[in-house]
Design a protein around this ligand. Structure first.
Ligand SMILES: NCCOCCOCCNC(=O)c1ccc(S(N)(=O)=O)cc1
Ligand SMILES: [Zn+2]
Length: 263
């Protein structure tokens, strides 16, 4: 699928280390969302999610996270509504998590971190014809963020958890079909925060309209432990490093307003 170049961006290019490498730099992600400073916007419409499980293709380890990629050559799986003017096409979802259950999410709510965070990535197919194009534009992407909390076992997640040992090493990939990412959404997707931000891994482009769900989902301790069995490193490397703490440090708000869809 077009949504993520096969060249894994796992080698963090030295130039990305410095502050100068970040394009613009005034709408970077992730951020802390201070509930009381967010502004209720009654004009925000409900989100409309339409995913076709037949578009799911493969799961792979890109050296940052593991991602499930979808066929985004047609408008079969889409997101619209909310703050979005255009229709966005589903291209992949992935997670960020910690080495323990005390931290791991990229966003936080009033400084509260969660053990993990799901990102469902979509690109603006009304304005652009490829993900690679959209990723460079300020209205190019829409990412749904969902917090994961430790609790009861998540039945829908288990199919994904069972596939992880097959993608333990960086650049490993297996077929992964008939998976509906809607099963990973909380019951209520009408309550969310939205703000203008960026990718949280290279190329860090300021292309993302973020949609952070107020309601979290629950996964079991054992399910999240399997995420931590993944490796950042490829099979050939001498030293294997556990894939944990794959979140970016939080960025300054730089005057941005976070809007809420609920009062
Ligand atoms: N030379 C750089 C050109 O890169 C073009 C395509 O980059 C694709 C790789 N990155 C992503 O797709 C990508 C997608 C989502 C997120 S996140 N964590 O912000 O949701 C971070 C990264
Ligand atoms: Zn992410």
């Amino acid at each position: 699928s077009a949504c993520s170049s096969k060249l894994a961006l796992s080698q963090v290019h030295p130039m990305w280390q410095g502050p100068l490498a970040i394009p613009g730099g005034d709408r970077q992600s992730p951020i802390d969302i201070a509930e009381r400073r967010s502004v209720f916007d009654p004009q925000l419409r409900p989100l409309k999610v339409q995913y076709d499980p037949r578009t799911s293709q493969q799961i792979w380890n890109n050296g940052y996270s593991f991602l499930v990629e979808y066929d985004d050559t047609t408008d079969k799986s889409t997101l619209k509504g909310g703050p979005l003017e255009d229709q966005f096409r589903l291209c992949q979802f992935h997670f960020h998590w910690g080495e323990n259950n005390a931290w791991g999410s990229e966003h936080s709510i009033d400084r509260r971190l969660y053990p993990a965070e799901l990102h469902i990535v979509h690109w603006n197919s009304d304005k652009y014809s490829l993900f690679e194009e959209a990723v460079m534009e300020d209205n190019g992407l829409a990412v749904i963020g969902v917090f994961l909390k430790i609790g009861k076992r998540h039945e829908g997640l288990q199919k994904l958890v069972d596939a992880l040992p097959a993608v333990r090493h960086k650049d490993s990939l297996v077929e992964f079909t008939k998976f509906d990412p809607a099963c990973l959404l909380p019951e209520n997707i009408d309550d969310y925060w939205t703000y203008a931000g960026s990718l949280t891994t290279p190329p860090l482009t300021e292309a993302v309209t973020w949609l952070v769900m107020k309601q979290h989902i629950e996964v079991s301790h054992d399910q999240l432990a399997v995420f931590r069995s993944l490796l950042f490193t490829s099979a050939e490397e001498q030293v294997q490093r556990s894939m944990v703490n794959n979140f970016r440090v939080q960025q300054s708000l730089k005057g941005r307003t976070v809007r809420s869809s609920f009062s």
